[in-house]
Design a protein. Structure first.
Length: 148
């Protein structure tokens, strides 16, 4: 079993009025040159959690952080106009919290972050300011959530 100390939350960066399946993610990641889907879990709008990569398999979801992390992606993240927004359904929120809580028990001491929180701190103030974010994913502030 590999060492895990980071759980990274992502969104699929797809519009709330469109559906994207785990297989769609797999196809898109293969086009980008990945061997398969880059995440370990995918959460559909209805709250269904779909396992993707095993925990022993290094992900392809957060460059520079994959070796010791697990990636969770939820369907959505963009409003109907294609702008970043917290589009999580109640079912997704419940499923995400349950999954993260389970993973924190399995990998105690792990930190939970959004993909955007791994952007470089360009002004070196110790905070990833909105202007420094490489992307908005996961379109909500993971630090505002209670995970355990």
């Amino acid at each position: 079993m590999r060492e895990i100390n980071l759980i990274v939350i992502h969104c699929s960066a797809t519009r709330v009025d469109r559906d994207i399946t785990a297989q769609d993610i797999n196809s898109a990641h293969k086009v980008r040159g990945f061997s398969s889907w880059g995440y370990h879990y995918y959460i559909r709008k209805n709250g269904k959690v779909e396992p993707m990569r095993s925990h022993d398999e290094v992900g392809a979801h957060a460059r520079g952080y994959n070796a010791k992390s697990l990636g969770i992606c939820y369907e959505g993240g963009l409003d109907t106009n294609g702008k970043p927004a917290d589009t999580r359904t109640l079912s997704q929120q419940i499923a995400l919290h349950a999954l993260v809580s389970k993973l924190l028990k399995e990998f105690p001491g792990s930190k939970v972050v959004g993909h955007r929180d791994l952007s470089p701190d360009k002004n070196y103030n110790g905070i990833i300011d909105p202007s420094e974010r490489v992307k908005e994913c996961p379109c909500f502030n993971t630090a505002d959530e209670t995970w355990e």
